[in-house]
Design a protein. Structure first.
Length: 168
């Protein structure tokens, strides 16, 4: 009998702790972790070229997803830390994973409040070695207003769903 792959979606805003959680799950679940930002950072020639960064987002995420589906088909666990701000996007990935026979888990990292999240992003901005991922307060406001938090009905859809709060 073939192993069943597990797709782990990490949902949350910048500064919520997605990468921290994804790295923990990568180790504890013996999973392959895909972080689009890491690939994009290695592909952008000039760290101030935000247009190139933005242009690469879809191709990198699509390539990672193609590889992830192959891994899921062969019974591997995969962690995607794309952010998954929209319910439709989460559902699309989940359905494609189910089509290849995988289970799907969602880990949602809610932000306690805007100011706490901004403090984290501001601290991260200070420690970045490249300006490629610097976020302004306005960028974070836009993200804050864009996320569709998973509700109880959506959480019940997944094989496993967990709300992870690093502030408690």
């Amino acid at each position: 009998m073939r192993e069943v792959g597990v797709l782990i979606l990490i949902c949350g805003l910048p500064g919520a702790g997605k990468t921290t959680l994804a790295k923990r799950l990568e180790i504890s679940r013996c999973a392959v972790r895909f972080c689009p930002d890491e690939w994009i950072e290695n592909l952008v020639l000039y760290p101030t070229n935000l247009a190139d960064r933005d242009r690469l987002r879809d191709p990198v995420e699509n390539l990672q997803w193609d590889i992830a589906k192959q891994l899921l088909t062969h019974g591997h666990s995969v962690v995607l830390e794309n952010g998954f701000w929209g319910e439709d996007e989460r559902y699309q990935y989940a359905m494609e994973a189910i089509e290849v026979g995988a289970k799907v888990e969602l880990y949602y990292l809610p932000a306690p409040n805007f100011e706490s999240l901004w403090n984290r992003v501001e601290a991260r901005n200070q420690s970045l070695s490249s300006p490629l991922w610097m976020m302004s307060r306005e960028d974070l406001v836009q993200a804050w207003n864009s996320i569709q938090e998973p509700d109880d009905e959506e959480l019940a859809f997944y094989d496993h769903a967990l709300i992870v709060n690093f502030d408690k």
